[in-house]
Design a protein around this ligand. Structure first.
Ligand code: ZN
Ligand code: ZN
Length: 725
């Protein structure tokens, strides 16, 4: 006798739309002879299956195992149902549900292994085709104009699928089923030059530009000193390291150390630039000018078919740096590139438009775990699910540097990609454009706007003009709450925020604060920033200020710092009379001062340079540290400015301070702020906190630097408001 049929209804949430999830369910159902249907709905995917109990069990086991690479199941709710006795399994295309505009916009992903194989095959439909993609890889966010994510809403709309692509697109068993950007030699985008020619130009030493996923890269031969120097001069970028794109892991290993965790990250579908440690080599193939003076180097692997094809010709690594003009956003069109970067000798362009520009992401491994330093291609837009629903729509406009924006509505927070430093007019325009893009995606109109307390931030000035209900959130509390959002934390924590400079409650520039809950309980001893903003670019000014704290003018004059006599006298006046000498508690600035005192760096040509140089000088065999005092919550380090090991002792002192306060306060710890991008410092702290069994959190998947401020503003507000259902 035939066993009775059983039926189940599944509601699957997570990243399950636009990633090949329905065809995956279709194949699985067929494999186990189940009938029913699968379709998208507002929350994800719903599945109805009917068949024998044993087959349903097998189906349920495999649904977790062989999921499509880009999908992510958050939850499956299963209900028993009466069978409908359907005769087949169907994919239902009912996109009306999608019009609600809550669907997650997927980031862009690196070319998958199957597509890599396709383009390298001989006499294959996709042989050498630079824009090959499938459901498991390729562009998304960068080509979307609006949701739902269908071809007609992307910059692929103008390319009409050929019969062959159409067949693949419509075949649920094909890897390119419903891959919106599907295209081939016959019907898709085409290059305005050849990969061979551009490769020849690179080999001959030229500086070229190549269109990528989110914008153009400026490219040159990384083994050619002359080319790299030429690029540095043209971009007026004396020492900020360039990222390197390499043919494969083996090539990266020839000049840098790659741990297993770093290798996994390099090969991931997000394919970020990974900051690695250089090997100490006498005859490194890489030009010294790629990342001068530091022991780190940022590398990434080819992530588009175009890159992969380029490396079938090139044997050397290439510099691949975002094409932009002095602090402006990444360039996405050939016209702008020709206008703004006239030094580029050749351009390889194609006719699939970049709708939303986006930079490469940057990441590092700290204590064997990923830490994202710049959240862009592959990671953004990023969604954080909330355990409750909101009755208001909230926009957070973030910080002025490394700006990102965040939106909260329904039961989610959506974080934009990295936007940049808003002091440039073009970057501020890019901020406005990104805001508009996200408003369009989600039919979003903010009820409430959140911003930083700094009155001079461009974002603050913008918010004041909006005539909306708005609240400011203190910068460092936002840092702590960003970490709380990432980990879903609610109670009180001991929050260390070591940072550059942010606007404090008392009008001073904070950046070395320790909070218990929302209360600032400790802070570093304020230091005068001689010349205000100027001091941020000139560590020597911080060093001088530190010296003035301890020595007379006559004594300071005997110390060898790169100032003229008259400069020192003027700065001494400014120190004494508090003229253009704002007070700061910033730990980032202390790093600058220490870097200058140890003659590592008197002028900073890029942010974080002093810290990177300090890491290099750190002597891991020494555990010595400076004495410090904590009086009325004020932390003062008793520096010996002439100690040869000042860098090591300073870093060790910071570790001691964090550990001893953590022990005293006996609360779980949060570490946030840009200073915790310092791998040496963070790893030392983590090691000690582990040893002492102190529970700690630091951001890994969201920005620990100012890129996380928008998320933190929302998180702070959500924990203090009554806008939750
Ligand atoms: Zn693919
Ligand atoms: Zn085609």
């Amino acid at each position: 006798m035939e066993k009775k049929l059983q039926a189940r209804f599944l509601e699957i949430t997570g990243r399950v739309q636009g990633v090949g999830f329905r065809p995956f369910v279709y194949r699985l159902a067929n494999k186990f002879h189940l009938c029913g249907y699968v379709k998208n709905d507002v929350n994800g995917v719903v599945v109805f299956i009917e068949g024998h109990a044993k087959d349903i069990d097998l189906f349920m086991q495999e649904i977790y195992l062989e999921t499509p690479p880009l999908s992510e199941i958050v939850n499956i709710v299963m209900q028993k149902k009466e069978p409908l006795y359907s005769k087949e399994f169907k994919i239902i295309h009912d996109e009306s549900a999608m019009q609600l505009k809550t669907a997650i916009i997927s980031p862009d992903f690196a070319i998958c292994d199957d597509c890599k194989k396709d383009i390298l095959k001989k006499n294959h439909k996709y042989s050498n085709y630079f824009a090959t993609n499938c459901t498991n890889c390729g562009p998304r966010y960068t080509i979307i104009k609006t949701v739902p994510y269908d071809r007609e809403n992307t910059s692929m709309a103008k390319f009409i699928m050929c019969a062959s692509c159409q067949n693949e697109y419509l075949d649920p068993l094909n890897r390119r089923y419903h891959a919106q950007p599907i295209s081939c030699h016959m019907c898709g985008p085409s290059l305005d030059g050849t990969i061979r020619d551009i490769a020849q130009k690179i080999k001959s030493g030229a500086i070229v530009a190549i269109k990528g996923i989110g914008g153009f890269h400026i490219v040159c031969d990384a083994t050619n000193d002359e080319s790299v120097q030429k690029l540095r001069e043209a971009k007026n970028r004396p020492s900020k390291p360039f990222a390197l794109m390499c043919k494969d892991i083996k090539q990266i290993q020839s000049f840098s150390i790659v741990t297993p965790e770093e290798e996994t990250l390099l090969k991931s579908k997000e394919a970020p630039v990974v900051i690695l440690k250089k090997k100490i080599l006498l005859d490194s193939i890489i030009s010294n000018d790629v990342a001068p003076n530091i022991e780190r180097i940022g590398c990434f692997l080819p992530y588009t078919p175009l890159h992969c094809l380029l490396f079938t010709i090139l044997t050397q690594p290439i510099v691949a740096t975002s094409a932009n003009f002095a602090g402006e956003p990444i360039i996405t069109t050939k016209e702008e590139l020709e206008k703004k970067l006239p030094f580029v000798e050749a351009i390889l362009d194609f006719d699939r438009d970049i709708v939303n520009g986006i930079d490469d992401s940057v990441a590092q491994i700290v204590a064997k775990k990923v830490q994202l330093l710049r959240i862009a291609r592959g990671y953004a837009p990023k969604t954080i699910k909330l355990p409750y629903k909101l009755n208001k729509k909230i926009l957070a406009v973030g910080a002025n540097q490394k700006n990102s924006i965040a939106l909260a509505f329904d039961d989610q927070i959506i974080i934009s990609p990295y936007i940049g430093d808003l002091n440039s007019i073009r970057t501020f325009e890019f901020f406005l454009k990104t805001l508009q893009t996200f408003k369009n995606f989600y039919d979003f109109e903010a009820d409430i706007i959140l911003y930083d307390k700094h009155p001079q931030y461009e974002t603050t000035k913008w918010v004041k003009k909006q005539n909306k209900e708005s609240y400011s959130v203190q910068h460092h509390l936002a840092h702590i709450y960003a970490a709380k959002a990432e980990y879903g934390l609610e109670s009180d924590y001991l929050g260390f925020t070591f940072d550059g400079t942010g606007y404090g409650e008392d009008g001073l520039l904070w950046g070395g604060e320790v909070f218990v809950g929302d209360k600032r309980k400790y802070h570093f001893k304020p230091l005068k920033l001689l010349g205000g903003e100027k001091a941020i670019k000139e560590p020597r000014r911080v060093a001088l200020s530190m010296l003035f704290e301890s020595y007379s003018l006559d004594e300071v004059l005997k110390i060898n710092l790169p100032f003229s006599l008259s400069e020192i006298e003027v700065l001494y006046q400014s120190y004494q009379k508090n003229l253009n000498a704002p007070l700061t508690t910033s730990v980032g600035r202390l790093f600058d001062g220490v870097a200058s005192l140890s003659k590592l760096c008197h002028f900073q040509s890029y942010e974080g340079e002093a810290g990177l140089l300090c890491e290099m000088r750190y002597n891991k065999d020494s555990s010595e540290f400076f004495n410090y005092t904590i009086v009325d919550g004020e932390i003062a380090i008793e520096f010996d400015f002439f100690d040869k090991e000042i860098v090591t002792k300073f870093i060790n002192t910071l570790v001691e301070i964090v550990v001893s306060i953590s022990k005293k306060e006996s609360l779980d710890v949060i570490l946030s702020g840009g200073v915790f991008q310092n791998k040496t410092l963070l790893e030392l702290i983590v090691e000690r906190l582990n040893k002492d069994n102190i529970k700690y959190y630091y951001q890994q998947k969201t920005s620990i630097n100012d890129g996380g401020i928008s998320l933190g503003q929302i998180s702070y507000y959500l924990q203090h408001c009554s806008c939750k259902n």
